[in-house]
Design a protein around this ligand. Structure first.
Ligand code: NAD
Length: 315
């Protein structure tokens, strides 16, 4: 078994999401080696060439198309392979197709790579994260999904626009399923430490309930809207993948709402979903005890139940 190369990433699946993520990772300067793997080898080769041609404007990275053996020493393996949503399809509709793809991919990764981190991106990401953890036999801290990191970015972006402030000063997150049952954790939301409603009033917004509902719906429906207009979403998720890899490679101990297997927090057991956790070099390093209102707790439990029902049908 190969010794890990801390500066190597593998991207499995080189469609819209995989290639955009590879591009974002090349630009990040985080890695010195990147292998692209796809069942369609020509596609992986084409993407490797195309992305490599930007290297004179970035930092050196060796980028090539390869197979699972080449991912044996990758510190992070990003899995984006799988069918995407078609207009009108939910993420959960993809479950059968993508679980079966994972049954062929994950054992191949685990055959050559024993110590890396599996970052799951394909949808439904929570179901596939759980599936990947079971199929790989990796410790749970090293298998997690991009979860609601993207939804949280969408929430921060929309709040930033609403309040006319830098979205990086917004502290708010989406938790639960990356999908229709996700929850905006409003009760802990703040802008630079100022409770959200107080900040909204400072900026001349007083209809809190109405605005929160509209913004949460907008976040939830973002992917549907984008898929309707351009067929797929990939830039936002590519930036999310880059952010998560940054937290891992630089051992940042950043708090991110990635999807990981739950063990009793909020009475949720044995299902993967997103809650804020500390992300560093060893993956998920600990839960962050977020405060939730009773309504949010109920909605979180319902989200977990939805996912559990789907899991029972596929595993
Ligand atoms: N987690 C998120 O926030 C998020 C955001 C956007 C999209 N996605 C998901 O990412 C996945 C990919 O979306 P996309 O738009 O890139 O789709 P796509 O169809 O453009 O790309 C999928 C790629 O996977 C490859 N592939 C299929 N089976 C494979 C296998 N067995 N082994 C290796 N490669 C295989 C295909 O050849 C293709 O290149 C979808 O499931 C989509 O729903 C997730």
């Amino acid at each position: 078994m190969a010794t890990l190369n801390e500066r190597k990433v593998a991207v499995v699946g080189c469609g819209f999401v995989g290639s955009a993520s590879a591009f974002a990772l090349m630009e990040s300067g985080l890695f010195s080696e990147m292998v692209l793997i796809d069942v369609n080898k020509e596609k992986a080769e084409g993407e490797a060439l195309d992305i490599s041609h930007g290297l004179p404007f970035a930092k050196p990275v060796q980028i090539y198309a390869g197979d699972y053996k080449d991912a044996g020493d990758a510190a992070v393996v990003v899995v984006t392979a799988g069918a995407g949503q078609k207009p009108g399809e939910t993420r959960l509709d993809l479950v059968k197709k993508n679980v079966s793809i994972f049954k062929s991919i994950i054992p191949e990764i685990a055959k050559y790579n024993k110590d890396g981190i599996l970052l799951i991106v394909a949808n439904p990401v929570d179901i596939l994260t759980y599936t990947a953890a079971k199929l790989s036999g990796f410790p749970e801290n090293r298998v997690f999904g991009s979860g609601t990191v993207l939804d949280t970015a969408r929430l921060k972006y929309l709040l930033g626009e609403h309040l006319k402030i830098d979205s990086r000063s917004v502290h708010a997150c989406i938790i639960g399923e990356h999908g229709d049952s996700e929850i905006a954790a409003w009760s802990s939301a703040n802008v630079s430490g100022i409770p959200l409603n107080d900040f909204c009033e400072m900026r001349g917004h007083f209809e809190h309930e109405k605005s929160m509902k509209e913004i949460a719906e907008n976040v939830k429906n973002s992917a549907y809207k984008i898929i309707e207009k351009k067929g797929a979403t990939y830039y936002g998720i590519a930036m999310s993948v880059r952010r998560i890899c940054e937290a891992i490679v630089r051992d940042e101990k950043s708090i991110l709402p990635v999807s990981s297997i739950q063990h009793g927090e909020f009475e949720i057991e044995d299902v993967a979903l997103s809650m804020p956790v500390i992300v560093g070099r060893s993956g998920v390093e600990g839960a962050v005890p977020i405060r939730l209102s009773d309504g949010e707790k109920e909605a979180l439990k319902a989200s977990a139940d939805t996912l559990k029902e789907v899991l029972n049908g596929v595993l």
